[in-house]
Write a protein that binds this ligand. Structure first.
Ligand code: SF4
Length: 195
């Protein structure tokens, strides 16, 4: 049932030229994961080069690192998560999507959230966080917290985490390091979705 509704929405996106990003994309990057079994939606920033080429989110270096951390935390990317981005088409030179682009694309994002109806929404990186959370708090200060945010008329449990591209700059898993904190946050999310 969810799959069918999402397929219809995906077809709509594939023809979408609402914003400038539609002109330069190779593929619309709609989602990854199983909407029927996933208890969490992970929202990243925007497709990059590899994602644009393949039509799948988080498949480049950052995506591979995300996979490693998910595995360490016991979260199945294929079964536990439904993965999307704030915009469905790649911004040129991987720039951050503009507010206008995010707003124009938000109808699809909100419909995906409504259809999948997850227990938890993960804001992966500050672009996703800022799209839903108006207080100007850096992600480093708020990551790992469980926020109650109203999205499309429903209060949802949301957890911000670092974006894996930020973690590519660090290698240590020492206590307090960004990679250590990422793992702790994902372990917390694992507990939330296992209830
Ligand atoms: S980014 Fe979103 S709004 Fe813009 S063209 Fe792609 S699907 Fe349409």
């Amino acid at each position: 049932m969810k799959e069918k509704k999402l397929e219809e929405l995906k077809s709509e996106c594939q023809n979408c030229m609402r914003c400038e990003l539609g002109k330069t994309r190779i593929n619309v990057v709609f989602s990854d994961g199983n909407p029927e079994t996933s208890k969490a939606i992970l929202i990243g920033e925007a497709p990059g080069e590899n994602e644009d080429k393949t039509g799948t989110p988080f498949v480049g270096r950052a995506g591979k690192l995300l996979n490693e951390f998910l595995e360490k935390a016991g979260i199945s990317r294929a079964e536990d998560l439904y993965i999307i981005n704030t915009v469905k088409c790649r911004p040129p030179q991987n720039r951050v999507p503009s507010d206008e682009e995010k707003n124009l694309c938000s109808e699809y994002l909100l419909k995906q959230i409504d259809i999948v109806n997850p227990d938890v929404i993960i804001f992966c990186g500050s672009t996703a966080l800022k799209s839903f959370y108006s207080k100007k708090i850096p992600i480093s200060k708020i990551r790992g917290e469980i926020l109650e945010i109203e999205i499309n008329g429903k209060t949802r449990k949301c957890v911000p985490i670092f974006h894996p591209s930020y973690l590519l700059r660090y290698h240590s898993l020492e206590e307090g390091s960004p990679r250590y904190l990422m793992l702790k946050d994902l372990e917390k999310i694992k507990t939330l979705i296992s209830k």
